[in-house]
Design a protein around this ligand. Structure first.
Ligand code: R5P
Length: 245
């Protein structure tokens, strides 16, 4: 791994090998989600407890203070919407030059394995890895399931994570599932988990983070289960304790 790429990745995955990423990129296909109508107000009290933010360039430029001293993981894929025909129909919507211009520490995209757009999203990943390697930016691949949440089992997710690593992703974001150690055990790069839709209780989300760490995840990249919680600060502090504690 080149020095610049490794250095950027080390800003996100800390010296203990763990990371707490806060995901606020949902608006790229969901619009103004509940509690993310004003992203700047949502993240202001949470930033000090997160190791990195995952977001689009639009939210970065309009809602994040320019002096923010934390790594940004920039979403590069999109072109879809919740009211469009297929969530899986994504292309690359941001150039590597603009990722560098906004001082991104890593770049990210979604892949939709097992859908009719599988090939185009995997080719997107290949192109992004080529660009990331050229300029020293690590690539986070997200194994997206769109509306098909029932896909989240170990058999499917370990296939997805392994394919992402084979194409060259430097770390992978996936969902927690039963037998999660099979997913982490067959993927040679670090894995972070998404939270998914808000769970019944805050404790459910904390337990999920703990179980993921115990089964080999290096951290979390959570959104809704943090900032849709009435006590979002308490929630991210608890998650941070679980991940780094
Ligand atoms: C999809 O909208 C994004 O990639 C999110 O960043 C991802 O789903 C994680 O957020 P959450 O924890 O809300 O699922």
């Amino acid at each position: 791994m080149d020095w610049g790429l490794a250095n950027r990745l080390s800003r996100i995955i800390k010296s203990d090998g763990r990371c707490v990423m806060l995901a606020i990129d949902h608006g790229y296909f969901l619009g103004p989600l509940n509690r993310l109508e004003k992203p700047g107000e949502t993240i202001e009290p949470l930033m000090e407890y997160a190791d990195a933010l995952m977001l689009t360039r639009g939210v970065l430029r309009t809602c994040v203070p320019q002096g923010a001293d934390m790594p940004m993981v920039l979403r590069m894929s999109g072109g879809n919407s919740i009211v469009g025909e297929a969530l899986s129909d994504e292309g690359l919507m941001t150039s590597i030059e603009d990722a560098i211009r906004v001082n991104a520490s890593a770049i990210t995209l979604s892949v939709y394995i097992g859908t009719k757009h599988e090939k185009q999203t995997l080719l997107n990943l290949g192109r992004l890895v080529d660009a990331g390697e050229k300029y020293g930016l690590p690539v986070l691949a997200v194994t997206a399931v769109g509306k098909e949440l029932e896909k989240r089992d170990a058999r499917y997710l370990k296939l997805c994570c392994r394919i992402c690593s084979e194409i060259g992703a430097h770390f992978v974001k996936t969902y927690y599932c039963d037998d999660f150690e099979e997913v982490t055990g067959s993927c040679p790069v670090p894995i972070v988990i998404a939270g998914g839709p808000k769970l019944d209780t805050p404790q459910d989300a904390i337990n999920m983070a703990r179980a993921a760490i115990e089964r080999g995840a290096c951290g979390v990249d959570m959104g809704r289960n943090v900032w849709q919680n009435d006590d979002a600060v308490g929630m991210i502090k608890s998650i941070r304790d679980v991940v780094h504690g």
